[in-house]
Design a protein around this ligand. Structure first.
Ligand code: NZQ
Ligand code: ZN
Length: 390
């Protein structure tokens, strides 16, 4: 049965070639003092930094640069909060990928809180306010541009925490696909795997509906169709635009309206991999996805595999359902492999030595609770999935 829902995404999305020219109009009502956040320098190499500086001449700009992939609480979030307080910042302008935006979200909330911002990130204290955030996305992957979440890493405790709160929705996201032309093949493929996995996390659930299924299948079809082109021809506008448009729907809940929750188990597992080994999120997901699928395949879950396999991959409906399910897993694996993604943990520098420790860490998130999980996973099962991924 279709479940009740209450849906609201307050983010304005401005999509297309040249849209960044509207930046001053969007920023003006938000104030005068801007914290400009960015990563390790890609925006300087592409010329976008210079463009942003020209467009924001009428504002007072304070910069926070060097935000890491898998953004770190210390130093990036703490430094950003300090700058906001010192300079009485009115808004944050995030220019970069999901890591820069996620970090900016945590800074935005931390700037409006007197205590240790970590309290907000782990929900020890409720988030009551945040600075407004505007972003210019330069990488298609996370969907952070259209959602209320940010994922923050704390190196000393091997934590990588998803922080989700309605105050974290960006006010406005600029999505110009031409700014993703310079994303290399590795990060293009990782972004596609991330978005692909976001859809699967929501597709595999107990109560689903035809609208959600169709929406999910269309997004997956788009990624499969355009990823090879974006990798072979990085400046193919149509391919980059279709991928960017797909990615924005990943995590804002629109794909699971009317569904029962799935619990996002593959993300819980991957976040531990990137927390312990600082690997690229989408690569970790590409490795975990087919192993998780195989692990949860049973008579109870079979229908989801058959639906995905026949609708997405066009597998013959007359085959035995278990055969369709096996082929669905195989086709998913092959797609990731075909776009150059690593498919074994060893390829990203992870061996068996910390599997039990990671499984223990992941299990603490409550993956074994059948009330809010499509398929509950015990600590031993998580360790098995990781071992099967080696
Ligand atoms: O730091 P710079 O120099 O900008 O380089 C980045 C970085 O090295 C580079 N890059 C970005 N845009 C580029 C570019 N290089 C050339 N040209 C461009 N136009 O790409 C590298 C990776 O960037 P990053 O921002 O880390 O990638 P992504 O957007 O995939 O973000 C990954 C982070 O988002 C989290 C992940 O866990 C990870 O920490 N997630 C956030 C989610 C959310 N907020 O909703 C959901 C996701 O499931 C995910 O967990
Ligand atoms: Zn993800």
């Amino acid at each position: 049965m279709i479940q009740n829902f209450d849906y609201h995404t307050p983010t304005r999305v401005i999509f297309g070639k040249g849209v960044v020219d509207q930046l001053p109009t969007v920023l003006r009502p938000l104030g005068k003092r801007v914290l400009l956040t960015y990563g390790g320098g890609s925006i300087k190499r592409t010329g976008l930094y210079q463009k942003v500086i020209e467009l924001t001449k009428e504002f007072e700009i304070v910069e926070l640069s060097g935000i890491e992939p898998n953004p770190k609480y210390n130093p990036s979030v703490l430094d950003g909060v300090k700058l906001c307080k010192e300079h009485n910042i009115d808004m944050i302008l995030s220019v970069g990928g999901g890591s820069v935006l996620d970090c900016s979200k945590a800074i935005a909330a931390g700037a409006k809180y007197d205590g240790d911002p970590w309290d907000l990130i782990i929900y020890k204290v409720k988030t009551n306010d945040a600075l407004p955030i505007v972003d210019i996305m330069t990488l298609a992957a996370t969907g952070s541009e259209y959602d209320a979440g940010g994922v923050i890493s704390r190196t000393e405790t091997n934590d990588k925490v998803a922080y989700i709160d309605p105050h974290l929705y960006p006010v406005c996201s600029f999505l110009d696909p031409t700014y993703t032309f310079t994303v290399n093949a590795k990060h293009t493929a990782a972004g596609v795997a991330d978005a692909f996995n976001h859809v699967l996390e929501q597709y595999f659930c107990a109560h689903h509906n035809m609208v959600a299924d169709g929406f999910c299948e269309t997004l997956l079809r788009t990624l499969i169709h355009y990823a090879p082109t974006a990798i072979a021809h990085p400046d193919d506008y149509q391919a980059r635009a279709e991928i960017m448009y797909t990615c924005m729907y990943g995590c804002n809940g629109i794909l699971e309206l009317g569904n029962s929750p799935s619990g996002w188990p593959m993300h819980s597992i991957e976040h531990a991999l990137s927390a312990y080994y600082d690997i690229t999120h989408g690569e970790g997901l590409a490795i975990i996805t087919p192993r998780w699928m195989r692990h949860i395949l049973s008579d109870r879950t079979l229908e989801r595999f058959v639906s995905l396999g026949t609708n997405l991959y066009g597998i013959d409906r007359n085959l035995p359902p278990m055969e369709i399910a096996e082929q669905t897993i195989e086709r998913t694996y092959k797609f990731f492999e075909s776009i150059g993604l690593p498919m074994h943990l060893r390829q990203v520098g992870i061996d068996e030595s910390r599997i039990n420790e990671m499984a223990h860490h992941i299990a603490a998130e409550g993956l074994d609770n059948p009330d809010n999980r499509y398929v509950a996973l015990s600590e031993a099962e998580i360790a098995q999935i990781l071992t099967n991924s080696l």
